[in-house]
Write a protein that binds this ligand. Structure first.
Ligand SMILES: NC(=O)c1ccc[n+]([C@@H]2O[C@H](COP(=O)([O-])OP(=O)(O)OC[C@H]3O[C@@H](n4cnc5c(N)ncnc54)[C@H](OP(=O)(O)O)[C@@H]3O)[C@@H](O)[C@H]2O)c1
Length: 331
């Protein structure tokens, strides 16, 4: 490919359906920005799968190239913040949502969207950890702000084999917590134990249908990436004074609960938004991710693929059938 052209996954709306193809694009057609970045790694997140499927709550206009996080090398830089040749990670803001995203050989973004990878991680490790690791770290930070501490009881992680779930288990185990994992994949027990889960629950066990307002208290804390009745069940099963971090909706965006967990067990429910996290807290959490909370199992979590395999991976993600973090290698 010549220096002015590159390959990208492009989602187009055709006759009411959304189709995905690898297309050749022109660098001149990328949006304005301070940094032109040659992408080396991109990670597949659930939000990308929604964008790639035509979800207008994520992406308003098509044709579009999804991909909310990239790790790459700067090939052109306007301003003093970064030099050509530096490695950077870009995640969040509007990348891949309404700005041409990371499932492409090049992106162009404002300098304020780029971060240098933490000193203790390679660019690839930084992308494996990425948005999923940051979201898990933000969740743990919130739970600890409500008094959670190692030795205080078991922490439940839902959507356990997913990106956020896998990183949450790994970070919690590294920080010294006992972890229970909820999964729909009966054959992934070894994977979850390798990440640090001490106990594994089938999805049905964590999806209460009894209609009771409160269940046996089991969890000192919960990191939930699925929402719906699994989140409602987790709230009913949280022990006195415990807390729950809600960050996702893969089961459902609905939450039907009563106030009993809150008024009889003093349970706290935190909402987690990694996108608009204040800058000071973002830096603090990346410092922890690079050190005290550094996931020990990044390699076990990563599953690499090439750009032309993404179409199938996106469908599998929407069906809940992927394990770990899918890393697109663009070298
Ligand atoms: N708030 C934020 O800032 C933030 C940041 C990142 C992600 N998120 C959200 O977090 C969620 C997970 O994202 P991800 O990238 O980790 O996705 P992912 O890799 O696809 O993981 C989701 C996991 O949830 C489980 N699952 C799938 N369908 C399910 C269902 N119908 N009922 C119950 N569990 C189901 C599966 O794990 P098992 O088979 O092991 O159960 C699946 O692997 C998404 O909703 C995403 O939008 C939010």
């Amino acid at each position: 490919m010549g220096p002015d052209r590159f390959e990208a996954l492009v989602v187009r709306e055709e006759n009411g359906a959304f189709v995905r193809r690898i297309e050749t694009r022109r660098i001149d057609d990328l949006p304005e920005g301070d940094l032109l970045i040659k992408v080396r790694y991109a990670a597949l997140n659930y939000k990308d799968a929604l964008s790639a499927a035509g979800h207008k709550g994520v992406t308003r206009r098509y044709p579009h190239t999804p991909g909310i996080e990239a790790g790459g090398v700067i090939v052109a830089s306007r301003g003093d913040a970064f030099k050509v040749g530096e490695e950077v990670i870009v995640a969040g803001f509007d990348l891949g949502m309404n700005v041409s995203g990371a499932f492409a050989e090049y992106i162009r973004v404002p300098a304020g969207w780029a971060l240098r990878p933490p000193a203790t991680m390679t660019l690839r490790e930084g992308v494996i950890c990425g948005v999923a690791g940051f979201t898990a770290a933000l969740s743990l930070y919130k739970l600890e702000s409500a008094g959670l501490e190692p030795g205080g009881g078991c922490v439940l992680v839902t959507g356990a084999t997913g990106g956020v779930g896998s990183l949450a288990i790994s970070i919690l185990a590294r920080a010294g917590y006992e972890v229970a994992a909820v999964t729909g994949k009966a054959d992934r027990g070894d994977y979850l134990r390798q990440l640090g889960a001490a106990r594994i629950l089938g999805r049905a066990e964590a999806d209460d249908a009894s209609g009771r307002a409160l269940l046996q208290p089991q969890w000192a804390g919960v990191i939930d990436s699925v929402g719906g009745n699994i989140l409602a069940t987790a709230l009913k099963s949280t022990q006195y004074g415990g807390s729950v971090a809600a960050c996702g909706l893969v089961q459902s965006a609905d939450l039907h609960t009563t106030v009993y967990p809150f008024i009889l067990r003093a349970v706290t429910l935190f909402g987690i938004d990694s996108v608009h996290c204040p800058e000071d807290l973002r830096r603090l959490l990346w410092t922890r991710l690079a050190d005290a909370w550094r996931p020990a199992t990044l390699e076990a979590i990563a599953v690499e693929c090439r750009l032309d395999a993404l179409d199938e991976k996106i469908d599998l993600m929407l069906e809940g059938r992927l394990t770990g973090r899918t890393i697109v290698v663009l070298d």
